[in-house]
Design a protein around this ligand. Structure first.
Ligand code: PLP
Length: 440
């Protein structure tokens, strides 16, 4: 596969929300630290930015929110109100989405497990799009659809097996997601397409997901080129094969301090290829762009308090009352969330600062971002972690008997509302079975 050098301009301004520092202290007094703070206005802004990236696409464009990045009901409701599609991966996520008032028609159900029980529920609820990624999963779906006399719309999840430059890759060869276009077993797009053709299912198109935090959009071009060749080849076998949807998955990157290409830059490149694909295959398909990270990361910050400090080995350690139990990717992926001391003041000591969490665990030290501002850090001050809206709240864990922190939402009109109350230690004790008697 060709590697094309791709140059992009650094983002000058990160469009994270700006909060009056006094508000942060007020909220910290009212709700205690740590707490998450979500900005509704940024959620809305991100949809527009992402959609604008594909403005030159010659067909319809739909944006889908990947619920796995953030399942907070306030966030789900914000995206439902903007009529987004939802990338849903489990019956639990489907429950949350429907409870928040979402309509089943707007769900793209992409499961890894693809069980009959799951498809039963999905068909009963009337989910709009189902994505299949294995032959066994397809058989399960056909079976359940027959039983229920339903003809669901399906897409095939393909693994285009392209090289991806990204933090998390999802489409490498022999990976767990989707099926290869061609292959020797029934687990290939060729064989799934044949099976769908003589079943009661309605074929809608193709889906792929290449990875998260994709730094170079060339992988999309390579994937689409392979898909186009595949469609033209399958046309020979099925002259009435029509592609109604192409879902290019997620991966739009967020700047955590280092420059990344914007949706505008990525969209321009990908749109050009999509438009030629429409001409070459002769189908005016709808484009679906999924995103978890881009839509939700920048809208949320974690507000913590500096609770301790020490100087050791010529370095300064700053301890906050947060930890990787709230920001798992800081430990798992060494994710650099831009941190900032509030208020950030001049520092006379010229010591290297290590930012440590409150857990008794070696890995609970936060990697710093190139844009972290830690001067003036001292116990009693607040310290915020920016861009934590994706893949953080969903990983909450009670390691060290830590309770779930509250979540505050700043609404479009500037009003602050508590959208999740903080868990109490008594509640955690009970949840862990502390009140179940073990006496005989
Ligand atoms: C995780 C995932 C996404 C979202 O990825 P982001 O990097 O958050 O944009 C989209 N589609 C599928 C199928 C996924 O698994």
């Amino acid at each position: 596969m060709v590697e094309v050098a791709y140059h992009y301009l650094p983002k000058i301004e990160v469009s994270t929300s700006i909060f009056d520092q006094r508000y942060l202290y007020d909220l910290a007094i009212r709700y205690g630290t740590p707490f998450f703070l979500i900005d509704d206005a940024v959620l809305h802004l991100k949809i527009i930015e992402l959609k604008n990236g594909f403005i030159d696409f010659s067909g319809d464009v739909r944006i889908a929110f990947s619920m796995k990045a953030n399942f907070n009901p306030a966030v789900i409701k914000a995206f439902i109100s903007k009529n987004l599609l939802f990338d849903v991966t489990s019956i639990g996520e489907l429950f949350f989405y429907l409870k928040c008032g979402g309509i089943p028609e707007n769900v793209i159900y992409t499961s890894v497990t693809e069980t009959r029980e799951e498809f039963c529920e999905v068909l009963e609820k009337g989910v709009g799009h189902i994505v299949v990624g294995s032959f066994n999963g397809l058989l399960n779906l056909i079976d359940v659809a027959l039983q229920k006399n339903a003809s669901p719309r399906v897409m095939i999840r393909v693994n285009p097996e392209v090289g991806v430059k990204a933090e998390v890759r999802a489409s490498y060869r022999h990976g767990k997601f989707g099926v290869p276009l061609n292959g020797p077993t029934t687990d290939s797009a060729t064989s799934l397409l044949r099976k769908i053709h003589n079943s009661g299912l309605v074929f809608d198109g193709f889906h792929f997901h290449l990875g998260s935090q994709i730094e170079n959009p060339i992988c999309f071009i390579n994937a689409l080129e392979k898909l186009e060749v595949f469609v033209l080849k399958m046309r020979k076998e099925f002259p009435d094969l029509h592609v109604k949807i192409v879902d290019i998955g997620g991966g739009t990157p967020v700047s955590y301090g280092s420059p990344v290409p914007s949706p505008e830059e990525i969209g321009a490149i990908v749109t050009k290829k999509l438009n030629t694909m429409i001409q070459n295959i002769g189908d005016q398909f709808t484009l679906i762009v999924e995103s978890g990270r881009y839509l939700s990361a920048e809208a949320c910050m974690l507000v913590s308090k500096i609770v301790n400090s020490k100087v050791y080995g010529g370095q300064k350690f700053i301890f906050v009352d947060a930890g990787f139990h709230l920001l798992l990717d800081a430990a798992l992926l060494r994710q650099e969330y831009p941190q900032e001391v509030v208020p950030c003041t001049e520092n006379s000591e010229n010591l290297k600062i290590n930012l440590a969490g409150r857990l008794c665990d070696t890995y609970d030290v936060f990697p710093l971002s190139p844009t972290s501002k830690l001067s003036g850090a001292e116990p009693g001050k607040l310290l915020i972690f920016r861009n934590v809206g994706a893949y953080s709240i969903v990983f909450n864990m009670p390691f060290h008997c830590q309770t779930k922190p509250p979540i505050v939402l700043r609404k479009d009109n500037g009003e602050f509302v508590l959208v999740r109350k903080g868990e109490t230690i008594e509640e955690l004790f009970e949840e862990e079975g502390g009140n179940i008697s073990t006496e005989v």
